[in-house]
Design a protein around this ligand. Structure first.
Ligand code: GLC
Length: 696
């Protein structure tokens, strides 16, 4: 009897399924001839045609997601899901690793290359992998300013400096969107810590917003036409990012001319309101409808809490990007995708090679001469550390990951004996640092200690006592204190989380196959209390409010203004060769508003190895009416030179580069008076400088 009942149920289920699908098929309009399907029409014509065909309920429906990474389908019109995946250093289509993707170096490592070309190539490569997976957007780059070295997501972000941040962010976005894949610039804005990330309010002044926190976001719109932004979890001056009408509708859209769409961070809307988000300009609530449930939207609409024009603008923006990425075009008209290719893996290695920073190299112990070494000890907890998995939403599942130990073993082959004890090796290489565990370099928690774990500090001391030829390699994603051991070690490298090819890149640098050229994109303080955010509990971690009392004095701006010597300064990194800076010239030492300021100088590789130098240009406003930092980065170039090769380097500035934001005038101003241009190898190592008068 029971069997018959079950058989009947199955047959009824099958019948309904077939019927439903048949009905769906006949209900689905044949829209192949409709204007929005016609790729010869202008973009806006297609967008408007499709928008006008959507019913009110369908507009509500398309405004929230399903199954974590997709928008809902509108089958009646043949609108398929718009698909998006994390993350900032590799695509993660699922949490099972069934579709492995290239694991590129973390954003802070990519930033340490100071190489915009590599960032653009990274953008292209990650977009190719998104395309190959049949998706349309990458939830990257993450470009929040590194306000505190304790932020758990420091490794996911680029730098403490707004100029370096914007140059690299623009490069990534251009690369991604060159493949007709949307970049999603995140997290808009002031998501600078993980402590209380869902609720804290960044209490930040307008000048700091304009000079520090907004510039990179603005540049991705003005210079790269970013197609998507992700709103932040936190509040900014008391208003949640997803319903921040001033930041989104007024600044991002009206002032900056943003034509893409804003997507919420995942469940970032849970404390917001339906009308707040619609009116602010939030087009898409992810991963599922909270405030954008159809019935909630209908109720708010019927109560007049938002109007059809704002709703249409939000939906129009999403549709516009769906057209831009080719959702309604034939697949063969789109750039081809590719995933896990040797080309992408080689790029991961190159970014790692150029992102590794040589911090100490006493007695030129490096590079290692493979012909003169018999035995190397590879020690420390991070020698075998894999960093692809973990750390939160930026986790990756690559087809392989080369650890430091694997990279060195592969490089040494049978030429050098590799041991794991520090008894009488020629060289000891000690791999220490952090990892993606909670309260280290990981999303959703900040670091709880600024020091290395005590057992690692002891291991460093013990190792260097047994062998003065000890090289310490940090595998980490954020600054740490080195108090108590830094002076005892002759060689120190910051290798960051260097991606799936990181182990090979580390070996490339250690054995001199690559001359290190990385420069710190973030200041390494001697102690945490030196850091500008750490002046009181109110400034970090704060409670419901985090007081950005340091204003514009973030990172090296703060250290220099207050004459605090850092452990390692912003822009610092050594090389296996040396460079000289000479013959600084300037086109005009009296400059007015519409004039281009041109400086040139000669850079020479005075060593016997080819190498790359990141020349940095800072400005200083000598006579400003408001406090200004002693240095502000306004230019940099990465110059590759062979031994004894010289190159004339030219920088051009304009008056905008001299400006600061005046809150009273609510505008940027350049004041008459004396300015300095300082050119150097780091923010502290200034090699040339010149003064000029600005007269308007
Ligand atoms: C996370 C992150 C965001 C990520 C998103 C989807 O919470 O804040 O960066 O893209 O949710 O995983």
């Amino acid at each position: 009897m029971q069997k018959i009942l079950i058989m009947k149920l199955i047959s009824y289920q099958f019948f309904f399924l077939v019927t439903f699908q048949y009905l769906e098929l006949i209900m689905k309009e044949d829209n192949s001839s409709l204007p929005f399907r016609n790729s010869s029409l202008r973009l806006e014509e297609r967008v408007e045609d499709l928008l006008n065909r959507l019913t009110l309920e369908e507009k509500f429906k398309i405004s929230s997601g399903r199954l974590m990474w997709f928008t809902k389908k509108i089958k009646r019109l043949g609108i398929d899901s718009f698909a998006m995946f994390d993350g900032p250093h590799g695509v993660r289509p699922d949490y099972k690793g069934e579709r492995p993707c290239t694991y590129f170096p973390s954003a802070i490592c990519r930033a340490a290359t100071w190489n915009p070309q590599l960032s653009e190539e990274f953008g292209i490569a990650i977009a190719e992998e998104v395309r190959e997976l049949g998706a349309h957007m990458i939830l990257a780059p993450g470009i929040n300013i590194q306000r505190t070295p304790m932020c758990g997501r420091t490794f996911e972000y680029q730098t403490e400096d707004p100029y370096l941040n914007k140059i690299l962010a623009v490069s990534v976005v251009k690369g991604v969107q060159s493949q007709r894949i949307a970049a999603c610039v995140k997290h808009f804005v002031c998501n600078n810590q993980e402590t209380n990330r869902f609720t804290y309010s960044a209490e930040v002044g307008e000048r700091a917003l304009q000079e520090i926190y907004l510039p990179a976001f603005k540049a991705t719109v003005k210079e790269a036409e970013a197609w998507s932004f992700m709103s932040c979890y936190n509040k900014v001056n008391g208003v949640y990012g997803s319903e921040h009408i001033n930041l989104i509708r007024q600044t991002l859209m009206s002032k900056w001319g943003f034509r893409g769409f804003v997507v919420s961070d995942w469940n970032a809307t849970v404390y917001a309101s339906t009308e707040g988000c619609v009116n602010a300009g939030l087009s898409l609530e992810m991963p599922i409808a909270n405030v954008y449930k159809v019935k909630k939207m209908l109720k708010a609409f019927e109560e007049g809490k938002f109007n059809i024009d704002d709703l249409n603008d939000n939906v129009r923006r999403l549709l516009r990007v769906m057209f831009l990425v080719g959702c309604f075009d034939s697949q063969d008209s789109l750039p081809k995708g590719s995933r896990n290719t040797p080309k992408h893996q080689a790029l991961a290695r190159k970014i790692a090679q150029e992102g590794i920073v040589l911090l100490k190299n006493e007695n030129e112990l490096l590079p290692l001469n493979i012909t003169r070494i018999k035995k190397i000890a590879i020690l420390g907890p991070n020698a075998k550390l894999k960093t692809s998995v973990g750390g939160g939403s930026s986790t990756n599942f690559p087809p392989y990951e080369i650890t430091a130990l694997q990279g060195i073993k592969e490089r040494c082959k049978d030429k050098i004996e590799i041991i794991d004890s520090s008894i009488d090796p020629d060289i000891s290489i000690l791999f220490v640092g952090l990892n993606h565990e909670e309260n280290m370099d990981a999303e959703d928690t900040d670091k709880t200690s600024f020091k290395l774990p005590s057992d690692q500090i002891q291991l460093i001391k013990d190792t260097v006592k047994q062998n003065t030829n000890t090289i310490v390699v940090l595998i980490s994603g954020s600054p740490i204190s080195m108090e108590g051991w830094i002076d005892e070690i002759p060689v120190l490298i910051e290798a960051w989380y260097a991606g799936m090819e990181g182990g090979r890149a580390i070996a490339d640098v250690l054995f001199g196959d690559v001359n290190p050229s990385g420069k710190l994109p973030i200041t390494f303080p001697k102690k945490l209390s030196d850091s500008p955010a750490h002046k009181s509990d109110k400034t970090y971690p704060g409670d419901e409010n985090v007081l950005y009392n340091e204003g514009i004095f973030v990172g090296y701006r703060h250290f220099e203004y207050n004459n605090i010597k850092p452990l390692f300064p912003f822009g610092y990194g050594l090389s296996y060769t040396t460079f000289t800076y000479d013959k600084l010239q300037m086109n005009n030492t009296r400059v007015s508003d519409d004039e281009i300021i041109r400086v040139s100088f000669e850079l020479e590789n005075t060593g016997n190895r080819e190498g790359a130098e990141v020349v940095q240009l800072y400005i200083h406003d000598v006579e400003s009416s408001l406090p200004r930092p002693p240095k502000e980065l306004k230019g940099f170039k990465k110059i590759f030179l062979k031994p004894k090769q010289k190159e004339t380097i030219i920088f051009e500035l304009n008056s905008e580069d001299l400006a600061f934001f005046n809150e009273e005038l609510n505008d940027w101003v350049v004041e008459n008076g004396t300015f300095k241009i300082l050119i150097g190898s780091s923010s502290e190592d200034i090699r040339l400088e010149i003064e000029f008068k600005y007269i308007n």
